[in-house]
Design a protein. Structure first.
Ligand SMILES: [Zn+2]
Length: 374
């Protein structure tokens, strides 16, 4: 194999690994619907540089023969990424060359960002598997609710009376764990995700000093002051935890393993009926080896619990949060604009000082402005 052939295959394997969504029912790997083959080629040309890759026609031949299971679907089946959807729709109708180039540039930036974020997630997951006494990686997400209401009649049509939402939590460490928390009468918001996290963390006999939590980048459920305040409380109150990293993955591109868990549940629910909660529980346990299912009949109102010390911070353009304890055992936060960036920044407008959390927002703000930060 020529050097160009090797580099081309190696690049494409990595591209598919960091961007593709495995489809458990078909064995295919789907790339984002905003892409086309030429865009993938251009991405490779940009990454590898001139004279380091095969020509376009050879690349297409390799894709067709050696990567035949890698496809670009007209619409992403599992994806909820509004950016990919919008770019795809714009490229379908826009004919102006200059405007098309602008859209394509935006697509490249988005794809690059997704790949780098997912690579950061893999890095943490790998570290947690290799050094479980130091790291625990968790990913949390909600399953598409339409598939899990009961009674479920398998392949048959039928009326569904009871809304059941599933929050999935995968833990990566010495062993991999898949938790499914069933919720029947609480709305979709941060409290239920926090309850699922609390239960999963409580179920572990020991916790390593560094916890890395991956979540979807949604402000309603995850990326908000409540989640940050909860994180600060965890670090202050559970002494085993010395550092909590909260990472936010681009919505619709979290498909690595949590969506595979959901896909297997979905496939099982098409195969067999689940008319009651115990039958739904059994279906989930059958669908995924080692799946642990619990029904959340009660959810703590974390908002009421932590509102007195809610962190006021504009989270929109921040994708990674790091919370540690200072010498006074209070939580201190740093942030990064991206999951994959290497530089941690002190929080926003606090005069280049890390955020010190205390009971009263004004108190820590004043302390920070005076430079009273350890
Ligand atoms: Zn996208």
């Amino acid at each position: 194999m020529s050097n160009k052939g090797y580099l081309t295959r190696d690049w494409f394997s990595n591209f598919v690994f960091t961007l593709g969504d495995f489809q458990p029912d078909s064995g295919q790997i789907h790339l984002p619907c905003s892409l086309d083959k030429k865009a993938v080629f251009m991405e490779m040309a940009s990454d590898l540089g001139e004279n380091n890759h095969l020509e376009k026609s050879s690349f297409y031949t390799i894709w067709q023969t050696e990567f035949s299971n890698v496809v670009i679907p007209p619409q992403q089946r599992l994806t909820k990424c509004s950016i990919c959807k919008e770019i795809s729709e714009q490229l379908n109708v826009e004919r102006d060359t200059k405007l098309r180039l602008e859209i394509q540039q935006r697509r490249k930036e988005h794809i690059d960002e997704v790949r780098a974020s997912r690579a950061a997630y893999y890095k943490w997951r790998k570290l947690a598997r290799e050094f479980p006494d130091k790291y625990l990686s968790l990913i949390i997400d909600g399953m598409d609710q339409n598939k899990t209401n009961i009674p479920n009649f398998g392949a048959q049509e039928g009326n569904t009376d009871m809304t059941v939402r599933i929050i999935g939590v995968l833990c990566h460490g010495a062993t991999n764990e898949a938790h499914a928390c069933l919720i029947t009468h609480y709305t979709k918001e941060t409290n239920t995700n926090l309850e699922a996290l609390r239960r999963v963390l409580s179920s572990r006999p020991v916790l390593p000093p560094t916890i890395i939590l991956q979540m979807d980048n949604t402000s309603q459920e995850n990326k908000n002051s409540r989640m940050l305040s909860f994180g600060a409380s965890l670090v202050e109150e559970i002494k085993e935890i010395k550092e909590l990293i909260m990472n936010f993955l681009p919505i619709g591109h979290t498909h690595e393993d949590i969506d595979q868990f959901f896909s297997r549940i979905s496939v099982e629910l098409k195969r067999s009926s689940a008319r009651t909660i115990p039958e739904l529980t059994a279906s989930i346990e059958r669908s995924y080896i080692g799946a642990r299912v619990q029904l959340l009949t009660q959810v703590v109102d974390y908002w009421a619990f932590i509102s007195s010390r809610c962190i006021k911070y504009k989270v929109r353009d921040t994708f990674s949060f790091n919370i540690t304890r200072n010498a006074a055992d209070r939580a201190v936060m740093r942030t990064k604009d991206t999951m994959h960036g290497t530089v941690w920044y002190p929080v926003g407008d606090l005069s280049n000082a890390p955020l010190l959390l205390s009971e009263k927002t004004e108190e820590w703000r004043t302390n920070a402005e005076k430079g009273l930060i350890p």
